[in-house]
Design a protein around this ligand. Structure first.
Ligand code: OGA
Ligand code: NI
Length: 349
């Protein structure tokens, strides 16, 4: 027998398993108790609802979140206009080895894995991160956004949406802090300097959707992620109880939240960062807009002392520098290095 093409093996690995339609869905949480008129008890019970969802699923959807619909419509419409441009136009704002922000598609990349195009930008321009992943290299770099000329409204739409996402992410972070028994603002200190960023994901219709994925299974490395998906649907979450892939039903104007690796480490594995992926389809293009909340690059990520009070409970991680983690993962993504993405399991105690 001849040699098996490694790309073929990889395609098989990424092939979605056929599965039956699953009626169960991730929890849906109504954030109305956050409106100023609500009493303290309502907040406490909301926090416990969120804690349960984080523990059981690591994923949930929120409604009555306070993000204006017009802001969402604006970014969706500008994003669709951008991705509809000819490739040559979009490539004028391509990301490169120096700047990870901008446009890229997977068409020109060897070793194609994902069927998508993306546009990345930092939510706090500029973003300061280490120059390299080498532990001894103390140099820092400021990364800046690049914006296309067309459509002219994309920049403002993205900047406004990023601000709304930050507000929502902090509301969720506060509820998570409460649910863990911390003070409401107990996690704020990590985000005075942020590495939060956003990604517009565009998944064109795919002629062979059963042979590939829009984005292969992965966990998000940041603190938490907030995603807006359109009505096409395609996001799937790995159910913790049995490892089955569960389709996340699109709910108009809802946002999806998921726990990232950093909250997993802070909570000493109480809330796990759960694997997810996006499937594609042969007919419709799909758009999703992700916001990744990230702490300052110099953050030492380790289980929080306040959460390890039981005598038998030892810290499960040794800790790591967030900036170095971020750059290691981004480098391996960009250069398609023959290594798996860096994972927090590497820092297990
Ligand atoms: C991501 C992601 C899912 C989606 O960008 O990290 O998981 O639905 N996206 O596009
Ligand atoms: Ni993700």
């Amino acid at each position: 027998m001849g040699e098996v093409d490694p790309d073929f093996i990889q395609a098989l690995e990424h092939r979605p398993k056929p599965h039956t339609i699953e009626p169960e869905n991730i929890p849906l949480i109504d954030l109305s108790p956050l409106k100023s008129s609500s009493d303290a008890n309502a907040i406490v019970s909301l926090a416990s609802e969120i804690g349960d969802a984080c523990e059981k699923w690591g994923f949930f959807q929120v409604i009555n979140h306070g993000v204006p619909l017009t802001c969402r419509e604006k970014i969706e419409s500008a994003s669709r206009k951008f991705f509809a441009l000819p490739r040559e136009e979009k490539k004028k704002v391509s990301r490169d080895e120096l700047n990870p922000f901008g446009y890229y598609d997977t068409e020109h990349t060897k070793n194609v894995r994902d069927w998508k195009e993306v546009f990345d930008f930092t939510a706090h321009n500029p973003m300061t991160i280490p120059v390299s992943h080498e532990p001894d290299d103390k140099r820092l770099i400021e990364l800046i956004n690049q914006w296309p000329e067309d459509p002219p409204e994309l920049r403002e739409a993205c900047e406004e949406h990023a601000k709304e996402m930050e507000k929502l992410a902090f509301k969720l972070l506060e509820l998570i802090a409460l649910s863990l028994g911390l003070k409401r603002d107990g996690l704020h200190g990590f985000f005075e300097d942020q590495t939060s960023r956003m990604r517009l994901n565009y998944y064109p219709p795919c002629p062979a959707p059963h042979l590939t994925l829009g984005v292969g299974r992965h966990k998000d490395g940041g603190a938490l992620t907030v995603v807006a998906q359109d009505d096409v649907g395609g996001l799937e979450v790995k159910r913790k109880s049995d490892g089955e892939w569960i389709f996340v039903k699109p709910i108009q104007n809802a946002y999806i939240m998921n726990v990232g690796d950093i909250i997993q480490v802070w909570s000493n594995d109480k809330y796990e960062s759960v694997e997810h992926r996006a499937v594609v389809n042969s007919e419709k293009a799909r758009l999703s807009i992700a916001y990744f909340l990230g702490p300052a690059h110099y953050t030492w990520v380790e289980p929080l002392q306040e959460l390890i009070n039981d005598q038998n409970d030892k810290p499960k991680y040794k800790g790591y520098n967030w900036g170095k983690f971020l750059i290691t993962r981004n480098l391996s993504n960009f250069k398609k290095l023959a290594v798996e993405n860096i994972q927090i399991s590497r820092f297990k105690a």
